[in-house]
Design a protein around this ligand. Structure first.
Ligand SMILES: [Fe+2]
Ligand SMILES: [Fe+2]
Length: 176
């Protein structure tokens, strides 16, 4: 079996069972396109989602949880429609990326991967933005992905000036 659809640096971190679970997603062109969406300054949505999914898979396995749902939900939690960092349109706070992308990701995932959806995967995706989105996760696996997503997103703190943008409060840049 050839795994050329996965980056080489990822391959030595994962096992075959994980690859089999995520293969329908990782080989889908829509998902591959996320390599060109910025998650934050130095990482794509593709790279970020894969990192969350791999960590969720192994931790769920260790804890005796549903590791399949954790792997799939982790991979699709940010499967929203557009690269939000290119969207310069001014929006009310509650319509900004941080507040709407979990629902968008769920809608998109249901459209493209209906066979991979179940109540748990859906809840993982929909509730991963707690506490910014007020309703908390329901399943252990949803909490797990919610925490791992935060942990994997810590890199944004390396660019403190960019933090406003992630909560929809980026100020207009001044041009000299
Ligand atoms: Fe997210
Ligand atoms: Fe995320």
């Amino acid at each position: 079996m050839s795994y050329e659809f996965l980056p080489v640096n990822i391959l030595n971190k994962i096992d075959k069972e994980y690859i089999d679970i995520i293969k329908p997603i990782i080989t889908n062109q829509q998902f591959i396109n996320r390599k060109f969406y910025n998650h934050h300054e130095h990482r794509s949505v593709y790279g970020h989602s894969l990192m969350v999914s791999i960590n969720a898979y192994y931790l769920a396995k260790k804890l005796g949880l549903d590791y399949q749902a954790a792997a799939i939900g982790g991979l699709l939690h940010d499967f929203y429609y557009k690269d939000w960092q290119l969207d310069k349109e001014k929006k009310p706070l509650l319509k900004s990326h941080g507040f709407i992308h979990a629902n968008e990701a769920l809608e998109n995932s249901k459209k493209l991967f209906p066979d991979l959806m179940d109540k748990k995967v859906e809840n993982i995706i929909k509730r991963h933005m707690f506490p910014l989105n007020f309703i908390p996760p329901f399943y252990y696996e949803s909490w797990l992905v919610c925490f791992i997503d935060k942990y994997c997103s810590m890199e944004i703190f390396k660019e403190p000036k960019e933090l406003y943008k992630y909560i929809g409060l980026k100020k207009e840049e001044k041009h000299e």
